[in-house]
Design a protein around this ligand. Sequence first.
Ligand SMILES: [Zn+2]
Length: 107
Amino acid sequence: MDLAIKLAGTVEGVRSRHGAVLVSGGRVLSLGVNKRRNMNIAGQRSPHYTYHAEQQALKGIEKPLHKATLYVARISKANSPVNSRPCSECYKLLVEYNIKEVVYTHE
Ligand SMILES: [Zn+2]
């Protein structure tokens, strides 16, 4: 989780700063941070849409995963961990990838 928090600290230019670390068998498989994008999956435009850290961490990873844990950190402007939870899009992705353990930061 420390790594996910550190990653979240590198995020700039978005309202909520997230970092995600995918771990399997004690090994870090991939990292993700959230990023700004201009369109959501329905093609609607808004300056506030982002690619979520969970999506970025799972990009290019073969599914399904077995015994993988995803650590997701959200931090405030003052760099302290705050509550995070998966949005419905990410939740679907986590189910698709068979990720049974997801650890989110909380205040
Ligand atoms: Zn999400």
